[in-house]
Design a protein around this ligand. Structure first.
Ligand code: ADP
Length: 539
């Protein structure tokens, strides 16, 4: 049957069936606010009505500068069902970059958390939205253009009916976090959001069911919060939203008290949580069925082992803003569960199998590489929730092949079972004497050393070998390790020519706004490194 796949249907069904299911939000002062899908959906309708009364039209963008909480969920639902486009803004970006994004997207309305008014203040000279609506607990409206969200919600027309939408209308948009180059906008349609939610909720993906209690740590401004809020709203599962309090103790308190069964965050967040669990044994009682989703950058083996030790299941996934973001998820096929532990671990470390409707191929030039688990190629993808262009950037169409595949910029191999392994981003691969070295593999192995907390490996120009690997390492508190010891540790798995020739010990590794290692910054910091000419190189 031809039936439009829209969030309007999700809203109506969820409020009818799951109105009593709780939405828990942590406020900035740490207090807990409890509401329900009934309330959130009613307020989402009020928001849609108010946007319409404010003369917003189909396709108009509404920017949100908000943490994860119930009001952001209202916007997730209310903005798209009005026919407008939810544009989530990454509050950690530099104000100039944020201003650029807001202007590039043409946001007509901004909805801002009271606690983020200082961020807004730094932008306000550069942007001119028509309405600035403040979600305020303390009633702060410090600038003349600000109005209160509570008041705005009352401005809709009585008897307002949601518009009938076409599934191909835009529902949401996100800008890439700028790890590579200028931020680029990606627009998602109702159809792509719905299909993505269906795929994300599947048992072999994020496995989100109505009975789950779901805590997305991943910010709702980062790639649709990985699609988790939409998927949870679709199936009617309880949502636990941590607000701005993302320290491990606050998160563990929520995981425990709200009996969370599904959560998602980038590896750095889980590393901090695992460290807190080890530091305070027995302090938190986590749900026996807790599964955590981890992606955004590669998950090191040491993290898998730590989760195993705590009896928590880790789901490794790969995605990109351009993919809504789900691309692949790693679950062991039934035929692999009885393999020896080392083989199972090797598979779990991969980024996994393509989700249904995501097509993949690894390419060198215009040739697809074989699925032999070795040959590297650039991953190309296509599917119903994968962008076909960037918003208003026609010059960047070269990221798509003429036959419609998106070039991810990730260098991968695919094994005969179909498991994709990301070796690197194209620009992070290290080219030494004509051979490629994967920085991700070296990082993972380094993080397996007992003294190493975090490690990032980058290519630095070398007069003889073109590039050689330099490892930036953060040691665990109170631990020591000399470069020779780390090299010896790595040489159990790597050939001599693949080992980093330089180790630098840092207090902190520069990160992007979503918590990934900022390798471009590291490369800048160590450009012009004086290599010991006798060391390294491909033999
Ligand atoms: P940005 O491009 O600004 O970093 P994205 O969140 O879209 O923002 O990043 C997508 C990229 O993150 C992918 O192309 C890939 O390089 C990396 N990535 C995502 N998930 C994983 C993972 N599980 N393992 C390794 N790399 C990952």
């Amino acid at each position: 049957m031809q039936f439009p796949l829209t969030l309007t249907h999700v809203l109506a069904r969820t409020e009818k069936l799951f109105g009593a299911v709780e939405i828990v939000s942590r406020r900035p002062d740490s207090s807990i606010h409890r509401s329900s899908y009934g309330e959130v959906c009613a307020r989402a309708r009020a928001l849609a009505s108010a946007l319409s009364a404010a003369s917003l039209e189909r396709g108009d963008r509404v920017g949100t500068l908000m943490w994860n909480h119930a009001v952001h969920l209202e916007a997730y639902l209310g903005v798209p069902v009005a026919g407008c486009v939810l544009h989530t803004l990454n509050l950690r970006l530099h104000p100039d970059e944020l201003a650029y994004i807001i202007k590039h997207a043409g946001d007509r309305v901004l909805i801002v958390d009271e606690t983020l008014l200082p961020v807004y203040e730094k932008l306000r000279g550069q942007i001119h939205p028509e309405r600035v609506i403040v979600v305020s607990v303390r009633g702060q409206l410090p600038f003349p253009e600000c109005e209160s969200y509570g008041d705005f919600l009352t401005q809709g027309k009585p008897g307002y009916e949601l518009p009938q939408l076409d599934e191909n209308e835009a529902a949401a948009m996100c800008y890439t976090s700028g790890t590579t180059g200028v931020p680029k906008g990606v627009v998602y349609t109702h159809r792509s959001v719905i299909l993505h939610s269906l795929a994300a909720a599947l048992p072999d993906a994020f496995a989100i069911a109505q009975a789950d209690s779901v805590l997305p740590v991943v910010p709702m401004f980062h790639a649709n919060g990985w699609g988790v809020p939409f998927a949870a709203a679709m199936v009617g599962s309880k949502l636990v939203l941590p607000g701005p309090r993302l320290d491990p103790v606050s998160l563990l308190d929520l995981l425990d008290q709200e009996k969370v069964t599904r959560s998602g965050a980038v590896p750095t967040v889980w590393m901090a949580i695992l460290a807190a669990l080890d530091e305070h044994p027995g302090r938190w009682k986590l749900q026996p069925g807790l599964r955590v989703l981890c992606g955004g950058s590669a998950v090191p083996e040491s993290m898998f082992r730590a989760f195993d030790r705590h009896g928590i299941e880790l789901i490794h996934a790969w995605g990109m803003t351009e993919l809504s973001p789900l691309g692949t998820v790693c679950h062991l096929k039934s035929s692999l569960v009885d393999r020896p532990e080392s083989e199972r671990m090797a598979t779990r470390l991969k980024q996994g199998l393509q989700a249904p409707f995501v097509e993949i191929r690894a390419m060198v030039g215009d040739q697809e590489v074989p699925w032999d688990g070795e040959t590297l190629g650039e991953l190309e993808v296509r599917g119903p929730w994968i962008a076909s262009s960037y918003y208003n950037l026609p010059d960047l169409q070269e990221r798509w092949t003429t036959d419609g595949w998106f070039r991810t910029g990730d260098i991968v191999n695919v094994d005969p079972e179909g498991y994709v392994k990301i070796a690197d981003r194209a620009k992070d691969l290290i080219k030494s004497g004509g051979e490629w070295i994967s920085s991700v593999d070296l990082e993972n192995a380094l993080m397996g050393h007992p003294a190493v907390r975090e490690a990032a490996v980058v290519a630095i120009a070398h007069p003889k070998w073109a590039e050689r690997p330099l490892a930036a390492v953060i040691l665990k508190d109170g631990c020591r390790a000399e470069p020779e010891e780390l090299r010896a540790h790595l040489s159990q798995k790597f050939s001599r020519w693949q080992l980093p020739d330089a180790f630098v010990f840092l207090e902190e590794i520069p990160r992007t706004s979503v918590g990934k290692f900022q390798k471009s910054r590291l490369r800048e910091m160590f450009a012009g490194w004086e290599w010991d000419q006798t060391a390294g190189g491909s033999a």
